[in-house]
Write a protein that binds this ligand. Structure first.
Ligand SMILES: *Cc1c(COP(=O)(O)O)cnc(C)c1O
Length: 242
């Protein structure tokens, strides 16, 4: 890209970030909420512009992309894996030293796979969130709300290399961002259930809210919003195969 275009790109990303941060500050919520910049399909240079503006938490969906970007970009970036993790790729993700969390544990089997893959690769337990299919859509991954306590219990009791630290949902697309969102409500209810069933642990994070509805999600208790297009612009339609 020509120099001038790059400068414009940089200015746009910094401007977008500023707008998101301002909207988050003005959300009027009491809990602390982390902004995860979702950078899938975006070139490493885009992430670097955000990084230079102080952004440290980034989210990626595809293993290959995450592996490449994490090798290339500063090592104090905190990576969130937010895609579907296939068993045979677990080691590639878990081996990234500055991986902050895997947000998409969607079954007991997956938890076991990741737990096993951590052996010898990480010294501290790996943070994980359990992904919940709050909208009950067949096409969406995630644990059914009724099974969340069970999966969390399994992770706590049988996965010593994992640190259960939150719940995550994508939710149904196209909901009105100005109305109470049943997916957010459901995830918050799941958190309450888990904390009642398995007391005495640190409070669980709630990872919910994306470009259209992160402010609404914060008002519903989100502590981790995942914002992509609003920061980096529209993405090309189709993912790289993974
Ligand atoms: C792509 C993606 C996001 C970001 O979505 P935007 O609409 O671009 O903000 C958040 N979470 C997950 C799991 C994603 O795959």
């Amino acid at each position: 890209m020509a120099e001038q275009q790059q400068q414009q790109r940089r200015a746009d990303i910094i401007d977008n970030l500023k707008n998101v941060r301002t909207a988050m500050e003005n959300a009027g919520t009491s809990q602390k909420t982390r902004l995860v910049a979702v950078s899938k399909y975006k070139p490493a240079q885009d992430l670097l512009y955000a990084y230079e503006d102080g952004q440290r938490h980034f989210g990626e969906n595809y293993v290959q992309e995450l592996v490449e970007k994490s090798a290339e970009l500063p090592k104090d970036i905190q990576w969130h894996f937010i895609g579907h993790l296939q068993s045979n790729k677990a080691k590639a993700v878990i081996g990234i030293p500055n991986l902050y969390v895997v947000e998409t544990v969607d079954s007991i089997k997956k938890a076991n796979t990741i737990n096993k893959a951590c052996d010898g690769l990480r010294s501290d337990p790996l943070r994980v969130y359990v992904q919940v299919n709050t909208s009950n859509e067949e096409v969406k991954s995630g644990v059914a709300p009724a099974d969340v306590v069970n999966v969390c219990k399994h992770i706590i009791e049988s996965c010593p290399r994992l640190n259960l630290s939150g719940l995550m949902t994508i939710g149904m697309f196209g909901r009105d961002p100005n109305e109470e969102n049943p997916d957010f409500k459901c995830l918050a209810a799941c958190k309450k259930q888990v904390e009642e069933a398995l007391p005495g642990r640190e409070e669980l994070e709630l990872s919910m809210g994306m470009s259209e509805d992160y402010v609404n999600a914060m008002r519903a208790g989100s502590t981790n919003v995942r914002v992509g297009r609003t920061i980096f612009g529209e993405r090309p339609k189709k993912p790289t195969k993974d």
